[in-house]
Each structure stands twice: as C-alpha cells, then as structure tokens.
Design a protein around this ligand. Sequence first.
Ligand code: FAD
Length: 510
Amino acid sequence: MEQLVTKLCIIGGSGGGMAAALRARECGVDDIIILERNKMLGGTFRYVSGIFGVGTELQEKAGADIDIDYYYSKMMDHSNWSCDARLVRKWYGACRKILKWTQDSLGLEYYNLTAFSGTSLLFHQGGDRRFPTGTTLARLMEAKLRSDPSVRVFTETRAHRLLASPDGRVCGVLATGPDGAGYTIDAGCVILATGSVSGNEALVKRFYHRDDYDQLKVMSKLPHNQGDGLTMAEAIGASTGAVSCLYIGPHNHPHNMRTGLVIRRSQVMKINCYGERFVNEALPNMEDLGWFECVSVDRQPGKTVYGLMDQGLLDRMMRERTNQTAVEAFQGNFTSDDSTGDFDKENVVELKSGASPAAWIDSLPEDLHKEAEAGRVFIGDTLDEVAGWVGCDRGTLQKSVDDYNRFCSQGYDEDFLKDPMYLQPFTKGPYYCLRSYSGVDTFIGGLMINHSQQVIRKSDWKPIPGLYAAGVLTSGWLGDNYGYYGSESSYTLYSGYACGENAAGFLGPA
Ligand SMILES: Cc1cc2nc3c(=O)[nH]c(=O)nc-3n(C[C@H](O)[C@H](O)[C@H](O)COP(=O)(O)OP(=O)(O)OC[C@H]3O[C@@H](n4cnc5c(N)ncnc54)[C@H](O)[C@@H]3O)c2cc1C
C-alpha cells in the first residue's frame, strides 16, 4: 500500500472535480490530488452540448432577457420549493461569473445562445463546433491542470473508502490504482465529484419513488456512475437527499437517432396507445422548462407513445431543411451505432467532416423505411391501417386526426393550446407512425449537502468537517422534475467552483 499526502483530494475528474481543482488552485491550495477511475478525465461531462446560464454577459450582449429573479422564482415554483432555495439562489446568482470564468480563465468561446429557448436564451454552446461543448471544456480544464506541478492526476484509480479521524473530520481516502495497486492518501480535505448513481441498479431501485421501475428505460447507465461518492459518504455517516429523474421522451433509444429526432419535433402529432393526443407537442419549443413534455410521455400507458405525421409534413421538413435546434443539427450527425453509446470512445459525437448541420435530414426517408423494416415505424396509406398497428380503436384515432386538422385550419388548438405555428394539418398519405417510449436520461442527486456544498451528517444534520461534494451526485438543486435545459452542466460547474473555493477556505492559508 503506497502512502501519499496531499492538502486536497478530489474524487472524480470530470466537470465538477476539475472545476473544483482549478478554483482551489486559484484560491491558493498548492497541493492537490485528483483520482479518476477511468483512463481519461472528463467523465460524462464530455457529452454536454449546452450549459444553462441566466444573467450572463453573453446574454446581455445578445440583448436577451436576463432577469435572474424571474427565472429563479419560476424554477422555485416549478419545483414546489422542494429544492434548497438558498443553494439555487447562489447558483443562479453565480452563472454570470462562472460562464465568464470558462471564457477568461479557460478560453472557451461560445457560439450559440439560442439552442432551445426561443424567448430567453438560456442555453449556451461553445467550443470548436466539431465537439460538444463539454468535450472542449473538459479538454481545456485538463490541459490547465496537467500543466500545473501542484496537481497530481491519478487515472484508472478508484477511491473506495473515506477515512475519518475520531472527531469526525475527514482526513483521507483509500483507493485502488491500475493493476490493483493500493493507495492510502492523507488529505486535509476531500471533495466528492463522482457523478450520478444511474449506473448502480441497486441504488437506483432504492431511491426511485414509483412502483414501475421494471418499465423504466434508463439511457445513461454509465459504468463509471456507480454512486461511489454516496456509498463512501454514507459509510461515514452522511445523510441522503432526494433523487430526481431526468425524463427524456419521446425517445426511440437506442435505435436510429435521426428518426428519434423527428419524433420529438413539435409539428409531429403525438398519440398514446388509445390513439388520443395527450400533450402540447410544442412545449419544448415554447418553454424554458420544456421537459414537461417528457413527464407527460412518462405518464402514458406502457410509457409508450407514437409520433404521427403524413407525407405532406415529411415533404415540408425535407424542403425547408430546418433544424429546430443546434443540438438537433449536432445529433443528426450521429450514426445509429453511435447512439447506443460507446462512452469510452472519445470523439463519439464529432461532426462528420464537412457535413452541413442540416444534412442529416436528407437521409430521413431512407431511415424511416429501414425503421419500418425493423418494425419500429409503420408506413401505411390509411389511418385504419395505422390504428391496426398501434392497436387502438379506429374511430378514436380518426377523431384525433379530424380534431387536429380542425385545430390547424382554425389556428387554435382547443385541447392543449399548441402554438399555431406548429399546427400543420394532415394533407396526404402515406402516414408515418413512429413508436417511441419514455426514458430516464439519468438520476440526479442522492447525497445531502448544504448551500456551502458541505456534506451533511445524518445523526445531527451538521456538516461533516473536511468533506464537500459537487455535481450531480448532490441533492437539493433540483426539485421533483428537471429545471431549465442545461441545468446539470451549469450546476456541476458552479458546485465544483464553490467546492474548490470553500475547501480552500477550510484549509486556510498555504
Ligand atoms: C449523452 C449525454 C448528454 C448530455 N448532455 C447534457 C447537456 O447538453 N447539458 C447538460 O447540462 N448536461 C448534459 N448531460 C449531463 C452531464 O453530462 C452531467 O450531468 C455532468 O457531466 C455531471 O458532471 P459530474 O462531474 O457531476 O459527473 P460525471 O461527469 O459523471 O463525472 C464523475 C467522474 O467521477 C469518476 N468516478 C466515479 N467514481 C469514482 C471513484 N470511486 N473514484 C474515482 N473516480 C470516480 C467517473 O469516472 C467520472 O469521470 C448529458 C449527459 C449525457 C450522458
């Protein structure tokens, strides 16, 4: 067993852990060890395409609505005030500083502010455009840390136990490196940044609050997200907090990504297994909190829904070659195989060289026919045939389409108030019916912290001295549902930054 000594040990070398290390260095901590169980740094953060921010300089320059108080209040109401109000307040208030930090200190350039939210420009994308924002940012953070002699990075090294002194103060970590080499690390302070619990089925089952776990399709069961930080902290008496689901649907994962994007388009009518519409399909376009649609999909029988469109709508989409979002442009260049997620492959989402962002739509007819052959899409000349495939009552489906066409011609959706700009009537066959499901992208939270990122002890609700936590491992920053698009990366960066600063304060002057 090799003995190491450091001032600050950070467990997890992704967005949260690297932000913590960088900020701790800026605050004068001159000896840091980062432990990362993967071969490379960057974890799940490499897949981030957009980052939430409110009140940022970038938004101000773009002339966007930047009222922090408004977005804060909206989020708190949306979560029924079930989040830690002070933690969220601090995070939203720090967005301007954190995004500027990624520019000034790390050199990230932003190129898009409008990916999802038409009205409020909350979603920032940056980098060199060939990679998701998170990949570029992770590389910038890694380069800075690797060039710093005060930071030692141990990859392929998994922490498995926290050490605490008799007075309860955290004083070290046990870890196992490549080839089973053991390390005992004496540390003045420890930051946990091990990410989601999604890859650990036992933990997920423990925290999931409904009785339909068996029907859940969890997308991001990443092997590195085992909830180690939670397990280690609980073993020394830490308290647990709420775990939220990030629903993502309608989704055809892990099959063809391009038809998956089309299902999610606002113009495509959504029906459930009864052949009835159930949602305002344009929520993701109209609302900063567009995840509402995903929750609605999750509540449908069998967690299964269908996207219905006709040749008229397909022709129009092909003709206009519009991308609803920059993210869609990016994702449209995945191949089907990529979408099954080889998460160790570094550049999995690199834009194909020379590809136009809108080019993915050209192969849509071919994709639809391939999906039809695989039984996941139905192409038929009549609504009766579609109803037969869905297994719903023919009259009900016919009425849904008749009502929808009427809403289109009057420009008013009597049922769910969909914005008229997305109301496009069924005009000519064949019909395309795309089966899709609700999914859980990831589970968020688990470890209870306070608004200074200190881990809370179960026995007396006081902070455990010397233990901080960052990123999606922690509870309290989201309510029962997801927040604004890009919240995870935004909070991950903020909480890492705050952990680094607070840990430096705890350690005192160098
Ligand atoms: C496909 C995809 C797309 C996404 N897109 C977006 C987006 O556009 N916007 C957004 O805001 N969010 C997005 N997310 C979510 C975002 O990636 C995560 O929320 C964010 O990366 C969380 O950062 P983290 O540092 O908390 O955890 P992670 O990035 O998961 O990092 C945890 C790190 O800890 C390491 N680790 C775990 N246990 C140990 C241990 N015992 N010892 C040592 N190391 C350990 C892991 O290997 C990993 O590197 C996306 C996620 C996925 C999967």
